[in-house]
Design a protein around this ligand. Structure first.
Ligand code: GDD
Length: 319
C-alpha cells in the first residue's frame, strides 16, 4: 500500500510519517521546495510539490498512484488567517480542490483524508458541548471558512464523484516540534529562554481565559491513520480529547514543570488577542472511538507538556 502525504515536512507530517512507517506503508512525502526533508527512510520518497500548482499535483498523483492521500498541506494558523485572508482561502480551498480534482480526473481508487478544524463549529453555548459532528457549523474566521469549504468540497466529491473521502475536524494539538505561532509552543519556548537566562522572567500571553481541547500530536496521527483504514467514506470525525482545559491552567502547569526557581510574571499583550475568538471549545470523540477504537495514549497532558519543554531545552542546547 502506498500513502501520499502532502505538507509532510510540517509539524504533524513528521509524526504521521513515523506512524506510517511503523505500519509498513510505502510513502510519498510532499513538501514545498524551500522546506527541508524532516525524516529520511528508504520507504519514503520525498518530492517537491506546491499544492497550488494544479498541473503538477495532477501529474504527481498520476505518477505515484497512491492508495491513500493524507492532505496535511495548508495554512494552519487561525491568527495568521486574519492577516492573510486571500492566501488562507486560496491555499486551503484551491489546494484541496486540486487534490480532489486530480483523484477524480485520474480515476484513481484512493482514500483521501481531509484535515479540517474544530474552528468550523464557531460559538456554541456550553450546555451544547461536547461538540458533535452533526452540529451546524458557524465559521468565524477566514481560517474556519477555508476549512469548512474544504469539507463541503469533500462531501461534494464523495456524493457526486464517489471519491472516497474521510473528513476530520481536528481540535488543538500539541507536541514537541510545533512552532511558536501556537500557544503551548509559544509559552514553552519563553519558559526555556527564562530558564536559560536569555529572557527576563516575564511571559507574554494573549487571552488565557479561553478553554480548548488539546490532544498530543502522537495520538492525533494515530487517529488519522485509523480513520484512513476504518472511517466511513463521506463522513466527518472529530479528533479530540473530549476534555476542555483553560489556557491559564496550561500556563500554570508549564511553569510548575520549569526548573526556574524565581517568580515568573505574566504580561498580557493585546496584540496576541484575536478577533472572534471562542471562549470555550471541546468536542466529543465518540464517533471516532466507535469507528476505529481510537483512544489517547498520551492522556496525561503533563507528559506532553514535559516533552515539549524538553524539546525547547534541546533546541537551546540545555539537554
Ligand atoms: N498562539 C497563541 N499565543 N495563542 C494564545 C496565546 C498566545 O500567547 N494566549 C492565548 N492564546 C489563545 C488563542 O487566543 C486561542 O484561543 C488559543 O490560545 C489557542 O491558540 P493557538 O494555539 O494559536 O491555536 P488555534 O486554536 O488558533 O488553532 C489551532 O487549533 C485549531 C483547532 O482548534 C491550529 O492547530 C489550527 O490549525 C487548528 O485547526
Amino acid at each position: 500500500m502506498k500513502a501520499l502525504v502532502t505538507g509532510a515536512s510540517g509539524f504533524v507530517g513528521k509524526y504521521l510519517l513515523e506512524h506510517l512507517l511503523e505500519n509498513e506503508l510505502h510513502i510519498v512525502a510532499t513538501k514545498l521546495k524551500e522546506n527541508s526533508v524532516v525524516l529520511k527512510d528508504p520507504n519514503i520518497t520525498w518530492i517537491d510539490l506546491n499544492i497550488l500548482d494544479e498541473i503538477d499535483v495532477m501529474q504527481k498523483i498520476r505518477l505515484h498512484k497512491p492508495d491513500y492521500i493524507f492532505h496535511l498541506a495548508g495554512q494552519s494558523s487561525v491568527k495568521l488567517s486574519w492577516d492573510n485572508i486571500g492566501n488562507t482561502l486560496n491555499t486551503n480551498i484551491i489546494g484541496s480542490l486540486n487534490i480532489l480534482e486530480s483523484v477524480r480526473v485520474t480515476g484513481l481508487q484512493c482514500r483521501v483524508i481531509l484535515i479540517g478544524s474544530s474552528e468550523e463549529y464557531g460559538i456554541y453555548p456550553v450546555n451544547r458541548m461536547p461538540l458533535k459532528e452533526d452540529y451546524n457549523t458557524n465559521p468565524r474566521s477566514p481560517y474556519a471558512i477555508s476549512k469548512m469549504t474544504q469539507e463541503l468540497l469533500g462531501k461534494l466529491y464523495f456524493n457526486s464523484f464517489n471519491i472516497n473521502n474521510v473528513m476530520v475536524r481536528a481540535f488543538n494539538h500539541i507536541g514537541p516540534g510545533q512552532d511558536t505561532r501556537f500557544v503551548v509552543a509559544d509559552f514553552s519556548k519563553q519558559i526555556i529562554e527564562i530558564e536559560k537566562g536569555l529572557k527576563a522572567p516575564t511571559i507574554t500571553v494573549g487571552n488565557i481565559d479561553v478553554e480548548r481541547d488539546f490532544t498530543d500530536v502522537r495520538d492525533v496521527v494515530r487517529a488519522y491513520y485509523s480513520l484512513s483504514k476504518c472511517g466511513k467514506g463521506g463522513e466527518i470525525y472529530n479528533v479530540c480529547s473530549g476534555i476542555p482545559i483553560k489556557i491559564s491552567e496550561i500556563l500554570k502547569q508549564l511553569i510548575s514543570l520549569s526548573t526556574y526557581k524565581g517568580i515568573i510574571e505574566i504580561s498580557i499583550d493585546s496584540n496576541k488577542y484575536r478577533k472572534n475568538d471562542m471562549m470555550k471549545l471541546y468536542g466529543s470523540n465518540e464517533k471516532l472511538n466507535k469507528a476505529t477504537g481510537w483512544e489517547r495514549k498520551y492522556s496525561n497532558i503533563k507528559e506532553s507538556l514535559n516533552d515539549i519543554l524538553n524539546y525547547w531545552r534541546k533546541e537551546h542546547g540545555i539537554l
